[in-house]
Every structure is written in structure tokens, then in C-alpha cells.
Design a protein around this ligand. Sequence first.
Ligand SMILES: O=C(O)CCc1cccc(O)c1O
Ligand SMILES: [Fe+2]
Length: 312
Amino acid sequence: MPLALCTTSHSPLIGLHDPDPQVRAEVDGVLAEARAFVTGFAPDLVVVFAPDHYNGFLYDMMPSFCVGAAASSVGDYGLPSGPLDVDRDTAYAIATAVLDAGVDVAVSEDMQVDHGLVQPLTFLFASLTAVPVVPVFINCVAEPLGPAVRARLLGAAVGEAVRELGRRVLVVGSGGLSHDPPVPRLAEAPPEVVERLKHGRNPTREQRAQREGRTIAAARDFAAGRGPFRPLNPAWDALVLDSLAAGDFAALDGRGNDWFVEEGGHSAHEVRTWIAAYAALAAQGPYEVRSRYYRAIPEWFAGFATTTALPR
Ligand SMILES: O=C(O)CCc1cccc(O)c1O
Ligand SMILES: [Fe+2]
């Protein structure tokens, strides 16, 4: 059993704009179970597929995929900041194998990661340096995006690469499912936002606070049924979860990018991280989902899901 999987939604609104205490407690319980699953598996390496929200990856140079050989957290939304314990040699071994497999992944010697990558680590581990990681960025917001099938091919290539390591590897996917929070889009952005999307790394404390305040205000509106945001789509979320649980990648491979947006909102592209993680697990052979949780949580702006899986 050298591989295990945990995929989870993230939301920076956790702790900042919570649902009913009962719902919060339910999710805390689910995440505690996921943490116990991970502790039981005792990984010696964690490969995290995660998106970014214009904190580390901007339009000055936007790759589709990037493996981090070194990485640190920007500490957005009050999450821990500072360096991750990146296994640099393994990051290069994975990047090399993925390139050999025909997937053009970029490499970063100084990857900046945000809540998309950091929050699941806080769900599962006591600190950002509790376990060696290899971060794998998947562009899920900055158009133009390649087709979702490319995320599956990336995941499969990473899965093949880690299979050869002979280590206990936990594969994590972070994001989704259906959700449409206010992430700016280049084509519609006013000039000052365009500038930020190109060069807005390392905002001041005040700029970050202002941005985060806007996300919270938008979540308040959304939870109250106001605003221009696309609704959560539990039926679509169930389709995604069922397809991945069944290893039915073909159900998603054939879908165009518009389908994801129409069904699940703009940020539904974050399910690419789940597709990649499950494809990595599938590289080992048949697998079995061990736990599956889902609830639409408008206060967190997310169709919120967490799953764990193991080889059969
Ligand atoms: O800060 C941002 O740009 C977006 C924040 C955000 C909100 C809800 C769900 C998410 O997955 C997410 O990332
Ligand atoms: Fe996100």
C-alpha cells in the first residue's frame, strides 16, 4: 500500500465566515477523520495538486502546470506563512519523469503558494514542515486553460513517477467542487486589476486585508442569495464524485471547459486537482474510495467535499 489519496475542497472563509455551528462541527469531524486516515497511512512524502489565486502565479508568466522544487506560503487569509519542506530531489525526479511522459510541466525554484495549497496541509498535518512535500500547481483560473483531460494526463504521469520511488506517498488534491467566488478575470478586469493580475505579488498587509474583506463580503451576499455568482450545483458535484470514485475518467475527459463553468461556476475548474490526484492513484491500479463527504456550504462559497481512497 505505497500510495494513498486525500482530496478536499478548500475555502479561505473557513473560520472567517462560518456556517451553523452544527455544520462547522460536522466538517471538523470529517477533517479529523481525514487526518486520522493520513496519520494511519504515515506518508513519507506528500504530493499536492493545487490551484493558485493570483498570489504565486500571475500573468507575467502563467504556466499550465508547475512542480515546485522549493516553495513557501504567502500566508493569505491568516494561514501559516513561510517555507514548506519541499523534497527538492524528488521534485526534480517527478518533473523529469513527467516531461519524459510528454507533459510539459514547468519547474519553480521559488514557488509561492496560497490557501489553495496550504489549507489542506493544515487540515492534515500539524505544521507546514511536518512532512516532505512536492507541490504541483495546476492553473485553474487564468484563461486560456487547456482541456481538463490534460490534468488527468499530468496526474497519471506523476502517479507513474511516484510509483517508482518505493516510498509511502500521499497524493492530495485541493479545490472545488462547484463554486463561483469572486476571482478576477483578465478579459473583464479594469486596468488596476489587470495590473494586479500581472504584477500583484506580495501585496501590502493593507492590500491583502482589503482583498480578503471583499471575499468575506461577497460570501455574505452569496449566502443571503444576493450577487452575480453562479449557484452551487450539488447534482453536478455528485456526478464528479461518482465519476472519480468509479475511476470513470472518460466521463470528464470529453468535457469542454465551458461545461465546467456552466455546471459548476468559474472556480469549478479546481476539480482538475481532484482529477489529477485520482489519476495519480489510478496509475497504481484499481482503487477504492474509503470515505466521502459532501455538503453545499454557501457561507464558504463552496460545494464542499472531502474524500479518501486507497489502492484496492
Ligand atoms: O481569494 C480568492 O481569490 C478566492 C477565494 C476562494 C473562496 C471560496 C472558495 C475557494 O476555493 C476560494 O479559493
Ligand atoms: Fe480556490
